[in-house]
Design a protein around this ligand. Sequence first.
Ligand code: AMP
Length: 344
Amino acid sequence: MSEGSFIKKELYSQVKLVELIKRINARYRYKDIELWILGSKVEPRTSSIDLRRVEIDLKRTSYIGELREIIAIEKSRGRKIALIPTMGYLHQGHLALVERAKQTGAFTVLSIFVNPLQFGPNEDYSSYPRDMERDALLVDIAGVDVLFHPTSEEMYPRPMVTYVEVGQLDTVLCGATRPGHFRGVATVVSKLFHIVQPDLAFFGQKDYQQYLIIQRMVGDLNLPIEVCPVQIVREPDGLALSSRNVFLSPEQRQEALILSQSLNEAEKLLRAGERSARVLETQVRERISNESQGVIDYVEVRDAQDLSEVTEIESPVLLALAVRFGATRLIDNKVMEVDCSCLE
Ligand code: AMP
């Protein structure tokens, strides 16, 4: 199969383009060809940008076999491969991972797959936001080399009997409140690693526990992959970007600011000399309960390396929380050192 046959070009009419640009919250100027996506200026990679059409020049495939062929070609040219696993409905947080991957010069693969295995029976698998057309435009503009968006049938053609068990890292924080979640995550990431065989894989610290679990899995299973963490990207007012933020009502969106604010205050307490993990947790819990309708899943200080329990803070710690606003569960965290240089 020739390389060219993978290239899917899409022409957008002006109407469709304007509608897409509205949906991705982009600012678009014609004369000097400036494109702003989600508040940041981007160098358009699309092969043609004008007011009449945008040509998407992205390699994209839903098929494991095709993806493997694309990657084999790049590997035979000596390119390193970077993988960015996502569930789509992309935002600036995901694009920060793309930017970091591109900085390495590697051939960049972004996957979009809402993985049924990591959702519990009463969780939001079916309502999780999805918009492949919008995402394809975003990843093309961001300079992703290939978009892999398999169906569930492609990823799970028959019932699974083999899983990646996560062990003790799965028993705390989100693992405790979402049983089976990290088994599903580790299993699908392991499958993606075997499909893509990347040299580098990028994960956001927004999902700090996930990042640690993947890093540990790569070590335990001797996978030749460098796991690269990327700092949390926030809205200007502090809210951590999340695909699920779209479900917040304006009031909930406003109230959710208490999450990052209370984390910042805990950090100030630490800086002022407080060393008790329980005191920091209590302070954060009280602020959230007193100043919002948010229902706390957990607020916990844990060791930043292995998530073990901490009483007195001496080495880097993770202060992590999960809070529900209505049906929407948000997570946030801060990594802090006793000298309080923020490691987030
Ligand atoms: P998701 O699509 O939510 O599964 O996220 C895909 C990847 O993007 C994960 O590695 C996340 O940690 C990362 N990510 C999501 N939101 C953010 C954010 N606000 N800042 C940095 N990374 C993020």
